[in-house]
Design a binder for this molecule. Structure first.
Ligand code: GUN
Ligand code: FE
Length: 455
């Protein structure tokens, strides 16, 4: 019999397809020394009992208690780590004012490494406690503090993809918060990429550098072009904001006479490893371009409710072959939880389909075929995020990383309403998706290592 580093036994939920959730009832998950799922064994499989005979009772055998379930860890495709310090505040003003009045002054404080350490340690721990095992982070323009965020991810065991933000246009950014000039922005980005690649060698789960122009309005054309070249040279991830609000969208149209999707592509910034946040205003050609280049959309439903002045037609984009994952967009979105964002994704899609103007006749109100189910929201939060990043994460399947959250439905302070011992497991899944709170997330594992537990 093969030797495994660890074996876990219990019932798991994982996406089979965007619309279907697979229930693995009381399976064994055999994990190798690299933290990957090497074998999944069903109870009716002949080796099931053999494995139990060998491993049961050993330290590396973990059996879930009654009422506990495995979910894949969440993949948050869009988090502004420094903005955690202002989460939940200042959401009543438009994006442009919000950036200038609150966000840039806050982010400028991350030149102070002691302040950065405080916030970054807390945001990484908070995301872990909310079941997020992989996060695609915007840091700030500061190279050192951005590297500190990657180091904190490495140390806490989170799979962090981190970008030093580029804001090199002296005309568009405040003097107190921007890159010194374009050449410095590019040189800092290159040094940052090399430093994170070096750091990654000492981690099991991986940390990754991300080329990060904040959005077209903060960057010069020379800067954007240089960043595209760096992404190609080092084959890195790329992240930015695309077509987020009426304001951002029309700003790019006026400046470059094209939609920002095409502008980003012309600068070499739409690649298979690109993730663009929001994308509320993609038109049909933009969406085709995303599908062709393999660029993914980070769908940020809570944030969009505040800044977009619209609802993104996520079902339509997905049907056109665009890869989609979920993003919290802390702090444009107030919640660090992808459970909360999955719930909002479903609710927003229902509002788009069913319409929100009750003065119109029912048949004229909404956009047909817009709704998504909670199964699809779960897919976006897990497997969809993994596919967007081209990493073997987000599914409980062989050859995927053992990134899981152990959900306890019986925690006294946050008990789920399960009154029937023989409750249909699919109903349990839906209750988990709609009702779980951080208290229910008993343990979180990344790449075979326990990174969070709540006793
Ligand atoms: N566009 C440019 N910067 C930001 C940001 O920090 N948050 C959001 N939501 N949109 C942006
Ligand atoms: Fe954002």
């Amino acid at each position: 019999m093969r030797e495994y580093a660890q074996i876990f036994q219990g019932t798991a939920f994982t996406s089979k397809s965007p619309k279907e959730v697979e229930i693995l009832n009381d399976y064994l998950f055999c994990i190798n020394s690299k933290g990957m799922i090497e074998k999944i064994v069903a109870p009716e499989d002949t080796v099931f009992q053999d494995l139990l005979d060998v491993y049961q009772g050993k330290e590396n055998f973990h059996r879930l208690a009654e009422g506990q379930y495995f979910l894949p860890g969440f993949v948050d495709l869009h988090v502004h780590a420094p903005q955690w310090a202002q989460s939940g505040t200042a959401l009543d003003i438009p994006l442009y004012d919000w950036l200038n009045t609150y966000t840039f002054p806050l982010e400028s404080k991350f030149s102070d490494l002691a302040f950065a350490k405080n916030v970054y340690e807390d945001v990484v721990s908070t995301l872990l406690a909310n079941g997020t095992t992989t996060a695609l982070y915007f840091a700030t323009v500061h190279k050192e503090a951005s590297l500190l965020l990657a180091e904190i991810c490495a140390e806490k065991g989170q799979r962090g993809l981190v970008g030093k933000v580029v804001m090199d246009d002296p005309e568009q950014n405040p003097t107190f918060y921007r890159d010194a000039d374009t050449q410095t922005a590019l040189a800092d980005t290159e040094e940052f990429i090399l430093a994170v690649k070096e750091l990654a060698k000492s981690t099991k789960q991986g940390v990754y550098p991300v080329v990060t122009p904040r959005f077209i309005p903060s960057c010069t054309e020379e800067g954007l072009k240089g960043l595209g070249e760096l992404a190609a040279k080092y084959d890195t991830y790329v992240q930015s904001h695309c077509s987020e609000s009426d304001w951002a969208h029309s700003y790019v149209q006026e400046r470059l006479q094209k939609n920002d999707a095409f502008a980003l592509n012309d600068f070499g910034l739409l690649r298979d490893k690109s993730v663009m946040a929001h994308c509320n205003f993609l038109d049909e050609d933009d969406a085709d371009l995303f599908a062709e280049t393999g660029t993914a959309v980070a769908h940020c439903p809570i944030s969009n409710a505040y800044f977009a002045n619209s609802v993104i037609p996520i079902a339509h984009l997905h049907s056109k072959g665009v890869e989609i994952g979920l993003g919290s967009d802390i702090s444009g979105g107030f919640s660090p939880s992808l459970f909360d964002n999955a719930r909002q994704a479903v609710m927003s899609s229902r509002m788009l389909e069913d319409g929100v103007n009750p003065t119109l006749p029912a048949e004229e109100r909404g956009v047909p075929a817009s709704r998504i189910t909670i199964n699809e929201a779960f897919y976006f939060a897990t497997a969809g995020g993994g596919e967007s990043l081209s990493l073997p994460i987000g599914r409980l399947a062989e050859s995927y990383a053992w990134d899981v959250q152990i959900i306890d439905t019986k925690i006294v302070s946050a008990k789920l309403p399960i009154f029937n011992e023989h409750e249909d497991v699919n109903d349990v899944f839906q209750k988990i998706m709609y009702l779980v709170r951080p208290e229910n997330i008993r343990e979180v594992w990344i790449q075979g290592d326990k990174v969070h537990s709540r006793s």
